[in-house]
Design a protein around this ligand. Sequence first.
Ligand SMILES: C[S@@+](CC[C@H](N)C(=O)[O-])C[C@H]1O[C@@H](n2cnc3c(N)ncnc32)[C@H](O)[C@@H]1O
Length: 211
Amino acid sequence: MERVVTDWDEYHRRVRVSQRLLWTVWRAYANLLRGISFPGPIKVIELGCGTGYHTLQMTKLYPVAKVTLVDFNASVLKDTEKRLACLKCEKEFWLRDLSSLEPDEKYDIVHSQGLLEHYTPDERKRLICLHRDLLTPNGIAVILVPTPSLPYRFWRGLLEKLHLWIYPDETAISKAEFTQELESSGLEILKMQGCHLMEVGAVCKRRVSPE
Ligand SMILES: C[S@@+](CC[C@H](N)C(=O)[O-])C[C@H]1O[C@@H](n2cnc3c(N)ncnc32)[C@H](O)[C@@H]1O
């Protein structure tokens, strides 16, 4: 069956008005980041940044030297650049497809939310490896994905019935699958928790292979 991909222009038209959703997701990030600190100013990259809201919030939590935001949607990236204009640190906005991103620089926090679930398991693995390859030796990856909890299935089922579901390629990922995908991609899970009933989030670092 042909895979129908999410129309990101349509998505961004809606999320622009949903500050409440962004705030809810940020609370989940903040819980995941609780207790994590860095010795000096950090570099942050967000993959599939959308609004860039969570990167912006991170700059209130940590001293930040540089933020890099990557998205292949030109109009959302333009808005994100405006939203982050207030930041005094170094900023980069890359209009790029993650599938062709070849990392050379390393980051203390590599994060994404609402990205992996739009891809097949093989593509997800490549994206998780991209998170991993962008990490400094002590860096952390923070990844949030929807999980097939009862509230998720109820909410999705309702929106599908009402023809309001706009993510045809979205697959909710169970905690067990997510764990397996992260670990088999060379990441060690430091923390994993359910977030606001609909998502599961993980904080990971690169696994150091035994000598
Ligand atoms: C659900 S949204 C992320 C929302 C974001 N966490 C926020 O808070 O606004 C997913 C984003 O990933 C972007 N995206 C999806 N696949 C991508 C790819 N292969 N390369 C670059 N960006 C991608 C989409 O354009 C969209 O902006």
